[in-house]
Structures are given as C-alpha cells and as structure tokens.
Design a protein around this ligand. Structure first.
Ligand code: IPD
Ligand code: CA
Length: 320
C-alpha cells in the first residue's frame, strides 16, 4: 500500500490541529473540575504514582470518535484504549497514536505542563505530530519533510528551533538535560536512574566518579512536552526509559523536523532513523539540532553527544 502524500499530510495537519484545540478545552474544563473535587476522583493504574482521571478517558473518547468519523479506515492506538485491553499490532496502515493527557500527574496537581499529544504513524514511521498544552496555549506541530512550528497564544506559527539556526554543543557538560523519574519506583530501576542522574549532574573534581557536571537537569513531567522543548531549543536533550509510543510519537516528528536527533536505547543503531523497534522500544534519547563545524557534521556532533551520554548513564531495565 502506498503511503500518505504531502498533500494528505497537510490536510491531516489541519484536522489534527483543530482536534487538539478541542481536546485542550476539555482538559482545561477537567482541570477546573479536578481542582474543586475530592482526590477520590483520581484513579491509579500500575501503582500509586501512575495516575488516571475520568478526563484522560473522556478526552481519548472524544479524539477517537472524531478520528473514526473523519478517517474511518485509519488505525488507532491510544493510552487509555491500550489500558482497557485494545492492543492491535502496528501495521503499515496510517495509525493515529494518541496520549489524551500527557503529564497526568501535572494535570492532577495543577502544574501547568500537561498536553494532548496526537501522532500519526504511516508505513510504521511517525510522520505527523501535534502537541497542545492548553494551560499555556502552546501548540507544537510537525510534519515529515515540512518542518515543525510553535504557535503561542493563538499567534502565528514560528519555525522551530526558535531563534534560528542550531547552536553548537561542545560537550555534555554544557547541556541542559531533561530526565524523568517515570512510574517504576522499584529497585533496581529507581537506583539506576538516580545513579545516572548523579553522574550527569555531579562534579568529578568533587568526588563524583564518572560525573559530567552538565549545566543542570529538568523534568517537565510530560514526555511529549520534553520532546517539544528540545525541538524548541530550550532543552539540549531528553532521556527517558519506560514511557510509551503515545508519549513520544508526536514529539519525535516535531523534534526531527527541528533538526533533532532521536534514537532508542544504548544498543540501538544511532543513525537518527526512528524504526518501529525504536518507536515501540520504550527507551528514548533526543538531542537538539547542533551546528556542524569544520570536520564535523551536525549529525556527527549529535552522535558524539549521544555516545557521551550513553557512556554516562545506566541502561535501566523495563518493568513490563
Ligand atoms: C507520563 C509522562 C511522564 C513520563 C512517564 C509517562 P502520562 O505520561 O509523560 O513525563 O515520565 O513515563 O508515562 O502518564 O502523564 O500520560
Ligand atoms: Ca496519558
């Protein structure tokens, strides 16, 4: 089956953008309701830090319904449908990959970094992404081969990365790195993550063995918004083990179209090609566009930083 054309993708972008804004309105309404209701409305999935609310489900139902009406032949993968047992394997067909609320913990705590993330996969590769944070009215979009953009407060789309061509990044020690604790808090995962964070931030001259003393570490609490912030240029890189394709699908396209480099685990081929294995592998590293220099292309600079990164952190096991 032939893939989607550039013109199909342009139409799909208008549809997906309008849908994300509609979903954003429900997320805002949900936030107001949650802040005035009792904590008992908040459910737990895998454990007490893996949260779900009726709004995660409500937003996913809305998005799924509208997609079904507009594109009945497309496949659908969604976080809440997956949790409810809908786990069809990925095929070559166009497939929406949706997280109705990414950053549910932030949503519950009224920390204004939560979003709807709508990705589209075609021929098993992410080809379109829309991420909308309704709290800040930040809309990120990306289409394969057509660039990525940020529209703030309904303003005109600004090409990513903001501020023009990519800047250099000489070493990990000069990076602002996003990391996340994730929801697996059992040893050894939590210990290996904490040890990795210590080496990323720690001072080797001050006794931290293997320390890189990166500029600092950040957690936005949403994988999608971490990807978007790397695309924007506000973060130099983001690493997470344990999140899911719906958390990252849209962000992958937005980051790649901004010149970002996306790869999987330490052992994945680090060629910037996001294969099905990387998309579904639940281990992700994204590095922003880096200016090339004489003797080093932009891709080679990103691969160098990725290697330095993976020499620093541990390959934390997945918890299933
Ligand atoms: C989570 C967020 C969080 C990340 C977790 C995700 P959710 O998604 O993206 O930043 O650390 O791995 O599962 O549960 O808010 O949709
Ligand atoms: Ca979610």
């Amino acid at each position: 089956m032939a893939g989607l054309t550039s013109s199909d993708l342009r139409d799909l972008l208008s549809f997906t953008t309008a849908l994300a804004r509609k979903a954003g309105a429900v997320i805002l309404e949900g936030s107001r309701a949650i802040q005035s209701a009792s904590a008992s409305d908040i459910g737990e999935k895998k454990n007490s830090v893996d949260l779900v609310t009726e709004y995660d489900v409500k937003v996913e139902e809305l998005v799924k319904r509208e997609i079904k009406d507009a594109y009945p032949e497309f496949q659908f993968i969604g976080e809440e449908s997956y949790s409810a047992g809908s786990r069809a394997p990925l095929t070559d067909a166009p497939t929406f990959c949706v997280d109705p609320i990414d950053g549910t913990t932030n949503f519950v705590h009224a920390f204004p970094f939560a979003c709807i993330s709508i990705g589209l996969i075609d021929q098993r590769r992410p080809v379109l992404g829309v991420i909308y944070n309704p709290f800040l009215d930040h809309l990120y979009t990306g289409v394969s081969g057509q660039g990525s953009f940020l529209s703030r407060s309904g303003g005109p789309p600004e090409r990513l990365p903001l501020g023009g061509p990519a800047r250099p990044l000489p070493a990990l020690s000069q990076a602002l790195v996003a990391i996340e604790w994730g929801s697996d808090r059992k040893a050894p995962a939590i210990t290996q993550k904490a040890d990795s964070f210590t080496r990323l931030a720690g001072d080797p001259a001050g006794g931290v063995a293997g320390g890189r003393m990166a500029h600092s570490l950040r957690s936005l609490g949403s994988a999608a918004l971490n990807f978007a912030m790397v695309a924007q240029g506000g973060l130099d890189m983001y690493w997470e083990i344990g999140c899911w394709p719906w958390d990252v699908c849209a962000g992958i396209v937005i980051a790649q179209e901004a010149g970002g480099f996306v790869t999987g685990s330490k052992d994945a081929p680090h060629d910037g090609n996001v294969t099905e294995a990387i998309l579904t592998g639940r281990k992700y590293l994204v590095v922003r566009g880096i200016a090339g220099s004489e003797g080093e292309t932009s891709l080679a600079a990103q691969q160098r930083i990725a290697r330095e990164f993976y020499d620093t952190v541990e390959d934390v096991p997945l918890d299933g």
